[in-house]
Design a protein around this ligand. Structure first.
Ligand SMILES: NC(=O)c1ccc[n+]([C@@H]2O[C@H](COP(=O)([O-])OP(=O)(O)OC[C@H]3O[C@@H](n4cnc5c(N)ncnc54)[C@H](O)[C@@H]3O)[C@@H](O)[C@H]2O)c1
Ligand SMILES: [Zn+2]
Length: 359
């Protein structure tokens, strides 16, 4: 399947198919990607997938350390160093092969090296395949917070091979699956139902089961970013589950949850708020809760005070001019952004997932 995504710096293709990673060189040539190609990956991904990618370029791969804590300017500096050592010029391209950390870091290096060289995204985690590789947001963390340094640098090409997910640890896979559920709730009831009906094959990484949910998720993400690249309107709906989710990550100092797991909780909070307001039927919330329960246990939250999470929510960078835009589901497959959710409503939502009422 080929998606064609419009961005302010031109259109780019998203190829989605099990086995596409085997055809990278041809796809790069066909997309007109410059011939001097520098792979950026990490040792974990490279250990598993070197045989597939080693033939793409004669240049030494640039391997950056694995882990969110290395998604910073120091690592970007190491990528610049390697590019400069190899005399990479403006007729060079960066090929990012890895999860969101590699994609965001390599993408930011590409956005800034010589004022910008093309980047190709080859995502290898479920999260990166359905989310971070599409849309052009790149960047790194700062000691003061996540993703504070960044740019918009749309890729020249995205190559999504669901077969690469075979080696992904189960917890990482599951974390990505919450984002797929997110797409289902905000935009596609059939996608939601498909996930619910195929958890077995999905966890076994059955290529056909994966292809169905990855391609549908990419289609939704691509559609949204095309309409609203800079996140002023509809792109906000992608933050469904992320308001409370980010707060849970922040109050546990990013150590307890995989991002997607926190989003799993965040979706439940939003559904609870919507149900309490009467804008979503309780039966719909129950469908979501049942799917999330069926996907497996989430890390504990009973020790986390509601007040701390609320405090983190009001500090979120998504609070624009003091207004918190909250994405609420109306039904499975339909959502809305509302600006009048009160702290009390959020507190009740947080209590409903098990946070502790007192400090
Ligand atoms: N740019 C965006 O629009 C956007 C959107 C969402 C998230 N993000 C960012 O994405 C990052 C999270 O990405 P992530 O969840 O992919 O985490 P990650 O990049 O840290 O990858 C998770 C782990 O899986 C390993 N891994 C990757 N592919 C593998 C494979 N095929 N087999 C075995 N192991 C593999 C990685 O080495 C890592 O240890 C965060 O920094 C987040 O801010 C960016
Ligand atoms: Zn997310």
């Amino acid at each position: 399947m080929l998606l064609d995504v419009g961005s302010r710096s031109g259109r780019y293709g998203v190829h989605i198919e099990p086995g596409t990673a085997e055809r990278v060189s041809g796809l790069l040539d066909a997309a007109g990607v410059p011939k001097r190609r520098f792979l950026v990956s990490n040792p974990t991904v490279w250990r598993f997938h070197e045989p597939v990618f080693a033939g793409v370029t004669p240049e030494e791969p640039i391997l950056i350390p694995d882990g969110e804590r290395h998604k910073n300017l120091q690592t970007v500096g190491r990528v610049y160093d390697a590019l400069l050592r190899a005399h990479a010029d403006r007729a060079s391209a960066i090929i990012a092969i890895g999860g969101g950390v590699v994609g965001d870091t390599a993408g930011f290096a590409a956005a800034t090296y010589l004022r910008g060289v093309p980047v190709v995204q080859i995502p290898t985690t479920l999260l990166a395949q359905v989310d971070s590789a599409i849309g052009g947001k790149v960047g790194v963390n700062h000691a003061q917070g996540k993703n504070l340094i960044g740019a918009f640098h749309p890729p020249s090409l995205v190559i999504v091979d669901p077969a690469l997910l075979a080696t992904l640890p189960r917890r990482e896979f599951r974390a990505g699956l919450y984002e797929v559920v997110k797409y289902g709730v905000i935009a596609s009831r059939p996608l939601f139902e498909r996930v619910a009906a195929s958890l077995g094959p999905l966890f076994k990484r059955d290529p056909e089961a994966l292809m169905a949910i990855v391609s549908e998720s990419c289609r939704i993400k691509a559609g949204v970013v095309e309409q609203d690249e800079r996140e002023t309107g509809v792109r906000r709906t992608l933050n469904f589950g992320h308001t409370a989710g980010h707060a849970l990550e922040a109050v546990t100092r990013y150590r307890r949850f995989r991002h997607g797991e926190a989003v799993g909780y965040g979706m439940l909070v939003a559904a609870e708020i919507a149900t309490a307001r009467g804008t979503m039927a309780a039966a719909e919330r129950d469908l979501l809760a049942a799917l999330i329960a069926k996907m497996g246990p989430l890390p504990a939250v009973a020790d986390l005070p509601v007040a701390d999470a609320l405090e983190a929510i009001t500090h979120d960078k998504k609070v624009v001019a003091g207004q918190l835009h909250y994405v609420l589901p109306k039904a499975i497959g339909e959502s809305e952004v509302v600006a009048d959710v009160t702290k009390d409503e959020i507190a009740a939502g947080l209590r409903s997932i098990g946070l502790s009422a007192s400090a």
